[in-house]
Design a protein. Sequence first.
Length: 178
Amino acid sequence: MSESVDRQYEAFVRLFTQHETATRAYIRNAVRSWDDVDDIMQEISIAAWRKFGTLDDHVRFAQWLTLIARYEILSFRRKRARDRHVLSEQLMELILDEDEIAREAVREKQQLMEDCLSKLPARRRELLEQIYASGQSVCEFAQHSGQTATSLYQLVSRMRRTLSDCVHARIAAQGGDL
């Protein structure tokens, strides 16, 4: 492979791997069997790699991959239409539309949370990241960091409240609810 193809392949693999779990979850909402999820995922990966060169904006990779997944799910379901347990194509499209709306709302909330987190003082933001990254409870983290559990609980509670207020204020400022 040439160097540019290597870079393109590496970019594809990174993006695909980053979004594979969410794509599998999206597929799982449409089919019952994990084997079917694997089969559809394989078709998606082939189609996505073939079309990757046409994707201009890698920031929109998740939405692009979801669109490919949608078409592959519908194709899979058309092939299985003889099975009396398969939902109609219109109903399946409605379910997939609703799922995409919910996924977009989650992405928007995540972006709002990231924006609000960036407004916290660096030390507090780092403390929250350390607590959540450690996988420990606040009490366990307090013991290992030499703080009292009560004071750390209060601090974390205030930061959560601040973040929640920030996110709700941003949602209200956008004139909607997510």
